[in-house]
Ligand binder design. Structure first.
Ligand SMILES: [Zn+2]
Length: 272
């Protein structure tokens, strides 16, 4: 028994880290969230084909009905980054059997991929079809990315680091034209309806006017906050005035003070 006691620390160390020296005992790590697993960065790649699972989650079964996806192994570290049940979302299938590609295909948690697919299928595709050429693809600016919010080193981990966020740059239509949701020249009503659709489906929506980091793309995520709190920060800006007849400076009225747009929430300075 005494010998077992003496050996125990060494056995424990070996079990944790595969090392046998007491000097190498690591400090305890903060406990990971339940769906993260302990990691050893140098020991394994992010995408280990051996971790592909043949067992489909309920989410994957639902997602397969409305999207074309490629399963990914569980993403592991570094740090708190990673997630389980990850997929590469290649395309969203529409009821008429056509599909809308995501370019490049984003890597997302299944639940987030499902949210994106439903948003494209039920909101964005019908919106574009109602006014002109159908939607054909969506330009993905960023998806899974292990980093701090807004790429600030040391900042709280971005939802991108959990495979829980997608940045959308442009929508490409069947006639080859692209629609940038942040472009003030896109009809304002249409941009307002895009914002409404996004904010009704995602718990975080950041666009122009949110924090200076989202002037040329829209950030969408499914962050879970206490009390079900949501962030919808996308200032749909006015288009530039049409060129009119020249007026004398004396005719120009003084600008009215601009009312505050109450989009900023109590969660205020949080960045993504
Ligand atoms: Zn983002």
């Amino acid at each position: 028994m005494q010998r077992v006691r003496q050996l125990f620390p060494i056995l424990l160390i070996a079990a944790i880290g595969g090392v046998a020296s007491a000097e190498d005992v690591p400090l305890p790590r903060p406990r990971p969230a339940p769906d993260f697993v302990p990691f050893a960065e140098s020991a394994r790649p992010f995408f280990d084909p051996a971790e592909l699972t043949t067992e489909l989650s309920d989410c994957r079964k639902r997602l397969n009905e409305i999207a074309v996806v490629e399963p990914l192994p569980r993403l592991i570290g570094p740090g708190e980054c990673g997630g389980s049940d990850m997929v590469r979302l290649r395309a969203v299938s529409l009821p008429d059997k056509s599909s809308i590609a995501l370019m490049p295909p984003p890597d997302l948690r299944c639940r987030t991929a499902e949210g994106v697919a439903a948003w494209v299928r039920d909101e964005m595709a019908p919106k574009f079809s109602a006014i002109g050429p159908p939607l054909r693809s969506i330009e993905n600016y960023d998806s899974y990315d292990c980093r701090g919010r807004n790429r600030v080193v040391g900042a709280q981990m971005s939802e991108h680091g959990k495979g829980n966020a997608l940045d959308v740059r442009k929508f490409r239509l069947a006639n080859g034209k692209t629609v940038d949701p942040t472009d003030v020249n896109v009809p304002k009503d249409f941009r307002v309806s895009m914002r409404e659709a996004a904010c009704s489906r995602f718990t975080t929506v950041l666009g122009p006017g949110s924090d200076g980091y989202h002037e040329s793309h829209i950030h969408l995520d499914l962050a879970e906050r206490r009390g079900g709190y949501r962030l919808c920060q996308w200032n749909v800006r006015e288009p530039p005035p049409p060129p009119g007849p020249e007026v004398a400076l004396t005719d120009v009225p003084l600008p009215q003070p601009r009312p505050q747009i109450p989009e900023q929430s109590a969660d205020g300075g949080k960045k993504h």
